[in-house]
Design a protein around this ligand. Structure first.
Ligand code: ASP
Length: 361
């Protein structure tokens, strides 16, 4: 009976384990391809690859999820990795339809496979926070969903993708990660999907949870958590989506600017927007033209949410008027308030209910 080829020698403890794997397989007889003995004790995770710089190459090509995993042999010591190709696009091309499909697929995986320890999504960093927050509001499981990306492509000197992927898998298999909502892991930091923002166009430490801080840290010897969220998400979310839903309502973001006459906001209302997010100035205060347009559009029954271009600090309730349909985003940035508003509009929620959701999710 031909002896199965031993796995290629991988440095570290795993090398000897693969020898155990070869012996174990031989003992079981040809054809009885079983995972290495220890493998059966290692947690199993699914890596879903969507594209982004983490998969990018200097030549312009995109690595597959399988190639991303193959490039990090240390993953073998952490978990049994299954890989699934979802898309191979830059995240600036991600759409709400992608969000829906990804959420539906993750819910399907976690529902059908109770032994799966968690899911890791490799994704571009440009719109990672929107996808992460959408999953945070719609994944119906306490098991970890961890998003990872990178600021340097896979061909770069000191590429950060491999380390971020390893960190993401280490977080996903850590029992402490359960029940904390969707996580974003880059640069050894563990962020909540709700609080994290991309703050630098070029640096590897670009993801920051400026107002509330990280949830934890990925250290060489262990995963350290120091914070949990006070807001609702995943199994406690009021915004989960039925698997039959195939599209989301149109909810634009309109940026305010000095001298704005509010015509763009009015135009969106005539284009069938189900709600609108205003990226206003500090404190959620708007130009007179935008404020007049917001009042008129809200009076026509299109909820308007006042958010701010300023990265920290809540928009106070006094800026809005629930009875007039003018709501406030609180500490959610415009692009995350939009994600929540699309889900609330899908459910046909009224102004008071939308404000409650903005204040609690
Ligand atoms: N530079 C971005 C990234 O870091 C491109 C993208 O978001 O797809 O992935």
């Amino acid at each position: 009976m031909p002896r199965p080829e031993p796995r290629r020698r991988i440095r570290g403890l795993w090398g000897s384990r693969s020898l155990v794997a070869v012996v174990a397989t031989a003992a079981l007889g040809a054809g009885a391809i079983r995972a290495p003995l220890e493998a059966q004790s290692r947690p199993r995770v699914r890596v879903i690859a969507t594209g982004g710089t983490i998969a990018g190459q200097a030549t312009g090509g995109q690595l597959t999820g399988g190639q991303l995993v193959e490039a990090v042999p240390e993953l073998d010591e952490v978990a049994i990795i299954e890989v699934e190709e979802f898309s191979r696009i830059g995240s600036s091309a991600m759409t709400p339809d992608h969000w829906l499909r990804l959420s539906r697929r993750i819910n399907e995986l976690l529902t059908d496979d109770s032994a799966l320890a968690g899911v890791i999504v490799t994704h571009g960093t440009d719109t990672m926070e929107e996808t992460a927050y959408f999953l945070h509001l719609t994944v119906d499981s306490e098991r970890p969903v961890v998003m990872v990306g990178s600021m340097r492509n896979a061909s770069a000197v000191s590429a950060d993708g491999p380390a971020n992927l390893l960190s993401g898998v280490r977080v996903a298999v850590d029992p402490q990660a359960r029940g904390r909502g969707v996580l974003v892991v880059l640069n050894d930091e563990i962020h909540s999907a709700r609080d994290v923002r991309k703050t630098d166009n070029n640096r590897v430490d670009t993801f920051v949870s400026a107002e509330w801080g990280t949830l934890g840290i990925v250290d060489a010897d262990r995963i350290v958590f120091r914070r949990s969220l006070a807001t609702r998400h995943t199994t406690d979310s009021d915004l989960r989506v039925d698997a039959s839903v195939t599209s989301l309502p149109m909810v634009p973001i309109v940026a305010d600017f000095a001298g704005n006459d509010g015509s763009v906001l009015r135009a969106w209302a005539t284009q069938g927007a189900r709600a609108v997010v205003v990226q206003a100035f500090g404190g959620g205060r708007a130009s007179p033209g935008m404020r007049r347009a917001a009042t008129d559009v809200a009076a026509e029954g299109v909820p308007v949410v006042m958010a701010s271009r300023v990265p920290e600090g809540r928009i106070l309730a006094s800026i809005g008027s629930i009875e007039d349909g003018i709501l406030v985003a609180g500490d959610l940035p415009p692009h995350k308030a939009r994600v929540l508003l699309m889900l609330a509009a899908l459910q046909g929620r009224g102004a008071a209910d939308i404000q409650r959701l903005l204040d609690t999710h």
